[in-house]
Design a protein around this ligand. Structure first.
Ligand SMILES: N[C@@H](CCC(=O)N[C@@H](CS)C(=O)NCC(=O)O)C(=O)O
Length: 230
């Protein structure tokens, strides 16, 4: 089995959570030409026509894109240990938390990803503050539905933790450090307590470290490019 992914993307993190927790042996591959030009992705488009990460490739060559769908497949194909709560309500809450990340938190961050790709001379601080306010609004949806027992849902590790953890690295560490905006967790006590607690779980903390490291590498590369452009 192969997982095409990058460590700086929040979407593959929930898939890696399942691989690590279930002990599934998968070759982890950065798509060739990814992150450069649209043309350089041509080879990867032959693997995954959607052109995004992650994509899972089974040993017989079948390809599955889309992080949530990959997680559902891995749960069905490798049921033990289960990373899905058995209670229907808790299971729905797990899916809801992941969906809030995908539909609201990530979307609120898009303007900030765009500003991060520009030189500081082209930053518009009012727009940056407005966008970081929108991120805080989206995180408040998580605050409403997140568990208060150390995990996102059901008192145990689930794929929702793999969805939320990289978002909190971005929202609570990367955005405030880069743009000087306030830490949104300061006004979200349940989410802040969750953030402290989840870092004690060995698998979650591995995912969080992988995300931090990838973001640090990406920022170093961006600084280098900016220096060369001067
Ligand atoms: N709905 C998709 C979203 C995946 C996605 O948007 N991945 C981004 C990286 S964060 C991507 O591959 N973008 C294309 C690119 O960077 O070229 C999923 O859940 O897998």
């Amino acid at each position: 089995m192969k997982l095409f992914q990058t460590y700086d993307s929040p979407f593959p993190t929930r898939v890696r959570l399942l691989l690590y927790a279930k002990g599934i042996d998968a070759e982890i591959i950065r798509p060739p030409g990814f992150g450069a030009t649209a043309e350089s992705k041509a080879e990867y488009l032959n693997v995954n026509p959607i052109g995004r990460v992650p994509a899972l490739v089974l040993d017989d060559g079948r390809v599955l894109p889309e992080s949530e769908v990959i997680c559902e497949y891995l749960e069905d194909a490798y049921p033990t240990p289960s990373l899905r709560p058995t209670d229907p309500w808790e299971r729905a809450r797990m899916r809801l938390l992941s969906r809030i990340c995908d539909f609201y938190v990530v979307m609120a961050m898009v303007p900030l990803f765009n500003f991060a790709g520009r030189s500081r001379r082209h930053w518009e601080m009012q727009a940056i503050y407005d966008a970081s306010g929108k991120v805080a609004e989206a995180l408040a949806y998580l605050e409403t539905f997140i568990g208060s027992d150390g995990y996102a849902v059901g008192g145990a590790l689930t794929q929702a933790d793999g969805a939320i953890a990289p978002q909190l690295v971005l929202a609570s560490e990367w955005i405030p450090a880069l743009f000087g905006t306030p830490d949104p967790l300061a006004s979200l006590p349940k989410l802040a307590a969750y953030w402290v607690a989840i870092q004690k779980d060995p698998i979650a903390s591995r995912l969080i470290e992988e995300t931090r490291e990838a973001i640090a590498q990406q920022q170093a590369a961006a600084r280098e490019m900016a220096k060369q452009a001067v």
